[in-house]
Design a protein around this ligand. Structure first.
Ligand code: HEM
Ligand SMILES: *[C@@H]1O[C@H](CO)[C@@H](O)[C@H](O)[C@H]1NC(C)=O
Ligand SMILES: *[C@@H]1O[C@H](CO)[C@@H](O)[C@H](O)[C@H]1NC(C)=O
Ligand SMILES: *[C@@H]1O[C@H](CO)[C@@H](O)[C@H](O)[C@H]1NC(C)=O
Length: 337
């Protein structure tokens, strides 16, 4: 009797698992091999073309995937334009005006729609484009030849909703300390190590002065300047970023990593040891005991870091994804069908 009950439970479990798997199958490497075999090649070609013309775009596309996945999962909600009565993620100050690479996604999408209409989701294009950008940006890294190369499980579907206020609730601001970052990433299922590893993306790209200038001019009641910031570096940053006196003045940019600005590598962590992390959320990884050991280890073994980075990108790319018949395959990435 007991074994019959157990058998019944096992059957119920199998049924339950297969039914839920039917509703939302997992992502799969090579997802478009039969339906659009050239999809990944076309995306890579489009990305490589764009980033050879403008290397900064690689940073933009890696960040685009992060901003997509942390708000409503990796469903391309970050690409949707605001509509009357519905301000979208894209117009949140964390995205507008600094988030870039939208036109590269649109270009790849147009080519794919011409070849295999209604097949490749915008969310997958964003994930592939981030992977290809990481490869391109790391190809000249001193760590190895060929760069960071990894397979991207695909089969994401596109969401139909994008809401501006959800960015504030989900995306960490640059003012966060290590404890806040750990909690924020944990809510997305990412570990402390994965948070520190993914922050290494800040070894490429730029930041606007407004994202860190409080560290230079208005730190707290006793310190105008953040005492954890290297003084020479702070002096350099002040030559680039004027005091934030009024809102209409321009907002210049500086490289996030001032040594190897266009190379995705572990030099970022060496900068943190030198107190040259640009954002509070960067430097805190070294000044906080809960993460400093991970930072030090990443300075020592760039190869291990790059391997962890690839793995963490895949994990980030699976956050709250829509699959199966959830969502839709958008025709144009900036509007729902
Ligand atoms: C740990 C929490 C994080 C915070 C607080 C944060 C915050 C920021 C900020 C404020 C900027 C500069 C925006 C500007 O002013 O122009 C930036 C840039 C960037 N972020 Fe993050 N970020 C975080 C994690 C990540 C992750 C996980 C990735 C990707 C895996 C990433 C990739 C990038 C890239 C590549 C840039 C440069 C973008 C460009 O040059 O266009 N960041 N981030
Ligand atoms: C200002 O920041 C410094 C360094 O983090 C800290 O030691 C000090 O207590 C802070 N002062 C106030 C008033 O918060
Ligand atoms: C704000 O900054 C701009 C550009 O630097 C300047 O032209 C303008 O006069 C400033 N406005 C105020 C109110 O200070
Ligand atoms: C750093 O690496 C060493 C050697 O591999 C390891 O024993 C240690 O646990 C690591 N530290 C952290 C904080 O992961």
């Amino acid at each position: 009797m007991a074994s019959v009950v157990a058998g019944f439970h096992a059957l119920a479990l199998v049924l339950f698992v297969s039914v839920s798997a039917m509703a939302a199958p997992p992502l799969k490497v090579g997802y478009y091999l039969r339906t659009c075999p050239l999809a990944e090649n076309i995306i890579k070609q489009t990305v490589f073309n764009a980033v050879s013309r403008n290397p900064g775009m690689a940073a933009g596309l890696v960040r685009l995937h992060f901003h997509d996945c942390f708000v409503r999962g990796c469903d391309a909600s970050v690409l949707l334009k605001s509509t009357p009565g519905n301000p979208a993620e894209r117009d949140h100050p964390a995205n507008n005006p600094s988030l870039r690479g939208f036109e590269i996604i649109d270009q790849a999408k147009a080519r794919l729609e011409a070849l295999c209409p209604g097949t490749v989701s915008c969310a997958d294009i964003v994930a592939f484009a981030a992977r290809d950008s990481a490869q391109f940006a790391s190809r000249n890294s001193a760590l190895f030849t060929g760069g960071i190369i990894y397979d991207v499980p695909a089969g994401r579907r596109d969401g139909r909703v994008s809401r501006l206020p959800e960015v504030t609730q989900n995306l960490p601001p640059p003012s966060f300390n290590a404890q806040q970052l750990i909690a924020n990433f944990a809510r997305k299922g990412l570990s402390v190590d994965e948070m520190v590893t993914l922050s290494g993306a800040h070894s490429i790209g730029i930041s606007h002065c407004s994202s860190f200038s409080s560290r230079l001019y208005a730190f707290n009641a006793t310190h105008a300047q953040d005492p954890t910031l290297d003084r020479a570096y702070a002096a350099f940053l002040k030559t680039k970023c004027p005091p934030p006196s009024n809102k209409t003045q321009p907002d210049p940019t500086v490289p996030l990593d001032s040594i190897t600005a266009n190379t995705l590598d572990n030099k970022y962590y060496i900068q943190l040891l030198q107190r040259r992390g640009l954002l509070t959320s960067d430097e805190t990884l070294y000044t906080s005991p809960s993460t400093s050991g991970l930072v030090v280890n990443n300075t020592r073994n760039g190869y291990t870091w790059s391997w962890k980075f690839a793995k963490a990108m895949v994990k980030m790319g699976s956050i709250e994804v829509l699959t199966g018949n959830q969502g839709e395959i958008r025709k144009v990435c900036s509007v729902v069908n």
